[in-house]
Ligand binder design. Structure first.
Ligand code: PMV
Length: 336
């Protein structure tokens, strides 16, 4: 009886909950040097965005791994990806047991809104904390990166950069500026809420088949110092130009991969054109991840004007408005 009770107490303590926001990359990561370890081919810079959030509770000490996302049991490849990460953490902590994971997203997953970024950032923090590990932000970002490259950046609030090293230990994110540094608005237009047919995990593997990859990597290296300085000096036009150029450059790699990847929908292109038409009056720039949805970046002074234009064409329930968010954090309110 006493043994049973003490094991219950231990398992109670081996539970932790963490939350993380998604992020939107201005210079994007596309393609890996080493696919299995998600060592990126190129550095990337993003803004962590609130309110898009994943909340995850991890409890260690079960006989099998069980994973639930948004009320549904996760099986197959999705579960394997999460279990691989948990196994890595378990071995680091020298713990012999499996875990139960329950996770909820505040937004539709698999639609290019970077649910894997917030998801693997929250998982890295919750699962390591539940094992009593006190990891640095850099260590957490490396762990999160194994699950999803972009997750490495969601460990931090505000603006962060993910380095592209030659080894896993050299490929981590760090903060460029906190969320309070610059009030940017990111208005997301949900062109589609459908799950994408090719995951970014599979998409990254195709990047090397594009003839244009080496020129993209050169332009990323050229734009990185410019973007860092645009962020530090709050130069919105420079940031916006780089954002548009880089997302078009990444989509050109996708379009010219073998087989080609077409994430853009006619409506995506329509919005891109409209934003350019509005630009003389409205400071807004687009960026698009691996999906058809469009992020429109703007500054407080132009937000109202931009929203008015968008609402003439799109329904309010197709929009999500985001602002700079904090880095991954722990919560005392567990999901089970
Ligand atoms: O982290 P992943 O494997 O979902 O890849 C992210 C890819 C993009 O969102 C398209 C770009 C980025 O850097 O976030």
């Amino acid at each position: 009886m006493l043994r049973f009770l003490s094991s219950k107490i231990i398992f109670f303590w081996m539970k932790s909950t963490a939350c993380a926001h998604s992020n939107i990359a201005i210079i994007k990561y596309w393609g890996n040097l080493v696919d299995e370890e998600r060592i990126p081919l190129n550095p990337s810079i993003s803004l962590t965005i609130s309110p898009l959030t994943t909340k995850t509770t991890v409890r260690w000490g079960s006989r099998t791994y069980r994973v639930k996302l948004d009320g549904k049991t996760v099986k197959g490849d999705g579960k394997d990806r999460i279990v691989r990460n948990l196994e890595r953490i378990r071995k680091l902590a020298n713990f012999d047991g499996k875990a139960e994971v329950v996770s909820i997203n505040s937004f539709p997953s698999g639609t290019g809104l970077a649910s894997s970024a917030s998801g693997f950032a929250a998982l890295a923090l919750a699962s390591s904390k539940a094992l009593g590990m006190k990891l640095s932000r850099r260590e957490l970002s490396i762990l999160a990166r194994y699950g999803s490259g972009s997750a490495a950046r969601s460990i931090y609030g505000g603006w962060s950069e993910l380095t592209a090293g030659e080894t896993s230990q050299e490929s981590y994110a760090f903060q460029l500026a906190p969320e309070s540094h610059w009030q940017i608005h990111d208005i997301i237009i949900l062109v589609s809420k459908k799950e994408k047919t090719v995951s970014s995990e599979d998409g990254h593997k195709l990047a090397k088949t594009s003839d244009f990859l080496s020129s993209r990597i050169k332009s990323v290296r050229r734009n990185l110092p410019l973007l860092r300085s645009a962020i530090i000096t709050r130069d919105f036009d420079l940031l916006g130009k780089i954002a548009e150029k880089d997302s078009l450059s990444m989509h050109s790699i996708m379009l010219t991969s073998d087989p080609s990847l077409i994430y853009l929908e006619p409506e995506t292109v329509e919005i891109m054109k409209r934003v350019k038409e509005w630009r003389p009056w409205i400071k807004a720039y687009f960026t698009i991840d691996a999906g058809p949805n469009v992020h429109l970046l703007t500054i407080p002074h132009h937000r109202e004007k931009l929203l008015r234009k968008i609402l003439k064409i799109y329904d309010e329930n197709q929009l999500i408005e985001c602002v700079p968010g904090r880095g991954a954090w722990t919560s005392k309110k567990h999901l089970f």
